[in-house]
Design a protein around this ligand. Structure first.
Ligand SMILES: Nc1ncnc2c1ncn2[C@@H]1O[C@H](COP(=O)(O)OP(=O)(O)O)[C@@H](O)[C@H]1O
Ligand SMILES: [Mg+2]
Length: 256
């Protein structure tokens, strides 16, 4: 097993001191449009390059929009699927939970038959619809994360950061269950909007504590990163910690 799993974004791997810890649970949180799905495909497409099969589990209702958005970034997902190294599953949170717990399910068979090592769930926020009870939600998160771990997968869990969902997520204690938390944000800096990325937590490893700007660009070569990370934002201490209304333009006011 590799010591670390590369993300497909070399500068981000440096922020993680080499990449993701194998078989860990990574929460990638951000408001809509911050780049979570793009990041997840980057991670899975890097698996293609490393010969580590991956699966995207999407709870979105419109599969075609996923293919179209990826195509706009120069990724032909159907061609990647034909290699047998990328699997895309459209399902519901209920069916996914049930399948993960059933050794005979087509999900588990697919994971085993194709030796899948990387998985991304887009998004965990869909599970908040299953219950309003916070203990139950915590149990659901545990079942997902432990099930994925049992299958020896490195799991990237996307989390929509919306004000109401965030509260429910926190009651589910998601940030305590995962090993690594990556935050994507829109920041208003000097009257311009920038995308920012930071690693909030990484169990059993040192990591970059700074906030980096990043941007999303389409490239023609299939393996070129679409996410480009810039240098740390200097002199912007407290940018995320403070989360002032003036600076944050996403609809999240506070992570506290
Ligand atoms: N071809 C492209 N070139 C540059 N940026 C793009 C392109 N396609 C999409 N984007 C950017 O990617 C963002 C969408 O990212 P996405 O991964 O879908 O976000 P999320 O999953 O967090 O909602 C959009 O805000 C858009 O600005
Ligand atoms: Mg998305």
């Amino acid at each position: 097993m590799p010591e670390r799993l590369t993300s497909g974004i070399p500068a981000f791997d440096e922020m993680l001191r080499g990449g993701f810890v194998p078989e860990s649970a990574i929460l990638l949180r951000g408001a809509p449009g911050t780049g979570k799905t793009t990041f997840a495909f980057q991670y899975l497409i890097e698996g293609l390059r490393q010969n580590q099969p991956g699966m995207m589990v999407s709870f979105e209702e419109f599969p075609e929009s996923l293919y179209r958005d990826a195509a706009s970034l120069g990724w032909d997902l159907k061609a990647f699927e034909q290699t047998g190294l990328l699997h895309i599953m459209f399902t519901s949170p209920e069916v996914f939970l049930h399948s993960l717990a059933s050794p005979e399910s087509s999900l588990i068979r697919r994971l085993h038959d194709h030796n899948i090592q990387r998985i991304a769930l887009d998004s965990l926020t869909h599970f908040t619809r299953l219950t309003t009870n916070t203990h139950e939600l915590r149990d659901i998160y545990n079942r997902i994360i432990n099930g994925v771990r049992r299958e020896q997968l490195t799991g990237l869990y996307l989390g929509e950061e919306m004000r109401s969902d965030f509260t429910v997520d926190e009651k589910g204690r998601l940030s305590f269950i995962v090993d690594c938390i990556v935050l994507l944000r829109y920041l208003e800096i000097d009257s311009a909007i920038q995308r920012a990325i930071t690693v909030l937590k990484m169990r059993s490893s040192d990591h970059d504590k700074q906030i980096h700007s990043f941007n999303i660009e389409d490239k023609t070569a299939p393996h070129d990163p679409r996410i480009h990370i810039g240098p740390p934002l200097q002199g912007k201490a407290g940018l995320l910690a403070g989360l002032t209304e003036r600076r944050i333009i996403s609809n999240v006011r506070s992570t506290q």
